[in-house]
Ligand binder design. Structure first.
Ligand code: IMP
Length: 182
């Protein structure tokens, strides 16, 4: 069984256990319940923002009981650093979302730049609606106002890894979420 150490090190940086897997499970369960209720009878398209949302999305979507479609988009704003570069690179393939209800699945909303640029681009496809489900949100870091309907947990402005979130591509596979020690 994978152990859940109270702290660990990546590239000489110390991270401490912040959100244990048991708490993540409860958060994901609650988000799925809300989406199942709100989208009853609808067939939403879940748009996964790669790579960070893959672990969250795979747990969330297995709790979603709706007839739905899964699409992906690649976004990158952090590069190898612990801070948003302020520039967002999006790789959007051809998406069949015209007239559809889209739910963007994000790991974390930080400055809000990624999600606002993505929403702006999606609107060009004329979807019926666009909402966002994010596991985490750092409201203290916002540079642009974004409307996120489903937020799992608001956290302080700390750098976190695990459960899909990375530090220079490392740490994504940790089952729990760890925060950089202050
Ligand atoms: P935003 O555009 O600043 O809102 O950043 C969104 C993206 O930055 C997220 O999808 C993550 O990939 C990355 N990110 C933001 N905060 C963190 C963090 O604390 N750890 C790891 N990645 C982060």
């Amino acid at each position: 069984m994978f152990t859940q150490p109270p702290m660990l090190w990546y590239n000489q940086k110390k991270f401490e256990l912040f959100i244990p897997k048991s708490q993540i499970n409860l958060i994901v369960e609650e988000l799925a319940c809300r989406i199942n209720k709100d989208y009853q009878g609808k067939k939403p398209v879940f748009l996964l923002v790669l790579k960070g949302s893959i672990f969250f999305a795979s747990d969330l979507l297995r709790k979603v009981s709706l007839d739905c479609v899964v699409e992906t988009v690649s976004a990158n704003s952090y590069g190898a650093y612990m801070k948003s570069s302020g520039e967002v690179n999006l790789i959007l393939t051809k998406l069949d979302i015209t007239g559809k209800e889209v739910i963007i699945v994000e790991d974390i909303i930080d400055t809000g730049l990624t999600i606002s640029k993505l929403i702006e681009n999606l609107k060009l496809f004329n979807p019926e609606s666009v909402e966002v489900v994010a596991l985490l949100s750092k409201p203290g870091m916002r540079k642009v106002k974004v409307n996120v309907k489903y937020i799992g947990k608001e956290i302080p402005s700390r750098f976190v890894i695990g459960y899909g979130l990375d530090y220079s591509e490392h740490g994504r596979n940790l089952p729990s979420i760890y925060a950089l020690s202050e």
